[in-house]
Design a protein around this ligand. Structure first.
Ligand SMILES: Nc1nc2c(c(=O)[nH]1)N=C([C@H](O)[C@H](O)COP(=O)(O)OP(=O)(O)OP(=O)(O)O)CN2
Ligand SMILES: [Zn+2]
Length: 123
């Protein structure tokens, strides 16, 4: 069994309704603000005997490029099918989009480097 991964990033805006007991923080999250999101998709399986590859990374990068077009420089609140623009929902959205093109996808992580937050989805 091999694992192959591809990392990428996207810069997006969002708003979020939160209840954390801090009015200023809650108000700040409700305002439109932006994050640089880092993401990673992990593929798993056995390399093809002829090509020696699990999947050609050019195919992975092309699928990621199509996915990025739906998120990068978008207001996440308006992205069809995403729902609430949390790290958790982003993981599911990215996983479902990439899985449709890359059946070997097994895991997606999304994180924000500056804050140290990270979410991983492995259904
Ligand atoms: N379980 C989750 N909790 C939170 C999420 C989330 O997606 N899943 N998201 C947020 C917000 O996006 C929020 O904007 C982050 O807020 P905060 O932690 O206060 O950090 P900053 O806005 O300062 O983030 P920077 O990346 O440092 O700009 C909160 N909780
Ligand atoms: Zn935010």
């Amino acid at each position: 069994m091999f694992e192959l991964s591809q990392s990428f990033y996207f810069e997006s805006a969002h708003t979020l309704r939160r209840r954390v007991g801090d009015a200023a923080e809650e108000a700040g999250s409700r305002r439109i603000h932006g994050h640089t999101y880092q993401a990673e998709v992990v593929l798993a399986g056995t390399p093809d005997a002829e090509s020696g590859m699990l999947v050609d990374l050019a195919i992975v990068r092309a699928a990621v490029a199509r996915l990025r077009e739906r998120l990068d420089h978008h207001l996440l609140d308006e992205v069809p099918g995403l729902g609430l623009p949390t790290l958790e929902r982003l993981c599911v959205f990215i996983f479902d989009a990439l899985k449709a093109e890359l059946p070997q996808a097994v895991e997606v992580s999304v994180w924000r480097e500056r804050s140290g937050d990270r979410c991983t989805y492995r259904p």
